[in-house]
Design a protein around this ligand. Structure first.
Ligand SMILES: *[C@@H]1O[C@H](CO)[C@@H](O)[C@H](O)[C@H]1NC(C)=O
Length: 123
């Protein structure tokens, strides 16, 4: 019995250590959107914020943006649209842990941007 408990304790400790080191995933990128209150020609302006809620840096983060439309050009230094994918460029910088990025666009409704891939770098 004592041996089993020791073994379990060791596993738990190991899990805590590896978690502390890095256990970030794509799910740690939180997407939130809100209306800015402005209208750009006849469309609502939206502000999308990406929040990297984990310690690790995410590189080459891609969002699905199939069917995305905007009447307001989005900031190309933040996001590059190519086909069905939008790549977070952030002026050529990685998306560091515990930081946020935002950009505005304008359309009738908000667009459901969703993170689809990234490389997670923990050092
Ligand atoms: C990002 O997420 C963290 C954790 O959920 C939260 O505390 C923080 O306020 C968020 N930052 C922004 C700018 O939304």
């Amino acid at each position: 019995m004592a041996a089993i408990l020791k073994f379990l304790a060791a596993i738990m400790l190991f899990t805590i250590i590896t978690k502390g080191n890095c256990q970030c995933t794509l799910d740690d990128i939180k997407v939130s959107q809100s209306q800015t209150g402005k209208t750009v020609p006849n469309k609502q302006e939206w502000r999308l914020t990406l929040n990297n809620t984990c310690i690790c840096t995410q590189l080459g983060l891609k969002l699905s943006c199939k069917g995305f439309q905007t009447v307001e050009p989005i900031d190309p230094s933040i996001i590059a649209i190519s086909g069905d994918e939008c790549t977070v460029v952030n002026n050529g910088n990685p998306f560091y842990g515990f930081t946020t990025l935002s950009f505005n666009y304008a359309w009738d409704t908000s667009f459901p941007f969703k993170p689809i891939s990234s490389q997670i770098s923990c050092s």
